[in-house]
Ligand binder design. Sequence first.
Ligand SMILES: Cc1cc2nc3c(=O)[nH]c(=O)nc-3n(C[C@H](O)[C@H](O)[C@H](O)COP(=O)(O)OP(=O)(O)OC[C@H]3O[C@@H](n4cnc5c(N)ncnc54)[C@H](O)[C@@H]3O)c2cc1C
Length: 398
Amino acid sequence: MSTRIRTALVIGGGIAGPIAAMALQQAGIEATVYEAYAHTADSLGGGMTIAPNGQDALDAVGLGELLRPLGVPMTGIVMQDWAGRRLAEFGNPPGVPPMQLVWRADLYSSLHGEAERRGIRIERGRRLVDATETADGVTAHFADGSEATADVLIGADGIRSTVRTLIDPDAPGPQYAGLISFGARVEHVATPSTRSKMNMSFGKQAFLGYQVLDDATGVWFVNLPHPEPMSAAEARRTPAAQWLALLSAKFADDRTPARELIDRTPPEELIVVGSMENMPQVPVWSRGRMVLVGDSAHAPSSSSGQGASLSIESAIELARCLRDLPYPDAFAAYERLRRPRVERIIKETTHKNSAKAAGPVGRVVFAMLMRVFGRLAKPEKAAWMFDHRIDWAAEVAG
Ligand SMILES: Cc1cc2nc3c(=O)[nH]c(=O)nc-3n(C[C@H](O)[C@H](O)[C@H](O)COP(=O)(O)OP(=O)(O)OC[C@H]3O[C@@H](n4cnc5c(N)ncnc54)[C@H](O)[C@@H]3O)c2cc1C
């Protein structure tokens, strides 16, 4: 029985999946991606930031240039209260490049395009439902009755991972964070440019993030406290115009540009993301020939701005480990390399969703704390998070 691998099944064509497949190809391992949905970039919604550490990881496997043309630089975050008063500002640590704000659907399509250009097969409409292992390999079973076999199976299937449950039937699942999320791009905004900064405001009834570019286009997102979870599909049963009217009303008493941005959004441009979730620690990352990567293993708070970047880092580190070691040792080395870092980030950012979901009193208290801690916040303290580097050429020790 050989434990050096030549082939991999990558389950999930989000961010970690195509990147893992491209990095594996560079490591001399043939990977095929299986994505549940027929049209990957559909229904994904929203803007997201790729942090400097995520950009560095992409550079490690020659993918950084793919991202940069898609992104809008973000040099800092200005926190505000409902009246638009500045509470605190968080800049990047000195010497690191700005975050890149990208549209999720653009990033996904671009990754798929590049993977296919590099000769990687992406099979769409293939939803994994089960997997069986033999001494020689692992077979994925898909909902359409088809199968595929390879040396290892990589679960890049997101926060609601099926592979996580196959590895450990007792694995925890995501917990609703008490918020549903929306976003949009808007043209012809009257609000002045925010000068490459994202403004975030604890409104009286909902949380707003917005950035206005020098060309008078803007992006915004709203996290709306909501008692019940609502999947994107459920939330989309309500017409977009109705959601826009409701969101606009939620900001009626605030003195931020929320209403201007929302009222200028054509209903067809509204992106309804659905529930925001927190993911508890995942105790088991691999079993036999199966391993987790990305949100399936470690999903930080969706407010952390690190989920995609950590997924990118992990996908590349997993490929590096599989390049240099037999798979059982590779999985152990990968977990040793990744778990302390991702869990530290998760620990430091978990409170962010709960601050947004707090009631009106909680939000006032949080704003006061933000004002105090904002003065104390030193960008250098976050340097360890952003400064992370992957040395693709370095050999992984077993
Ligand atoms: C509202 C919101 C805002 C966010 N903002 C940011 C941000 O600003 N910055 C940031 O870094 N991160 C952000 N994130 C987190 C980020 O989106 C995730 O961390 C990232 O997408 C994880 O990548 P992934 O490839 O692991 O999972 P995903 O991108 O979720 O991809 C998983 C893929 O697997 C597929 N799949 C699932 N099950 C199966 C199956 N059984 N068979 C086959 N395929 C399957 C799915 O269809 C999907 O395409 C945000 C998340 C949310 C919800």
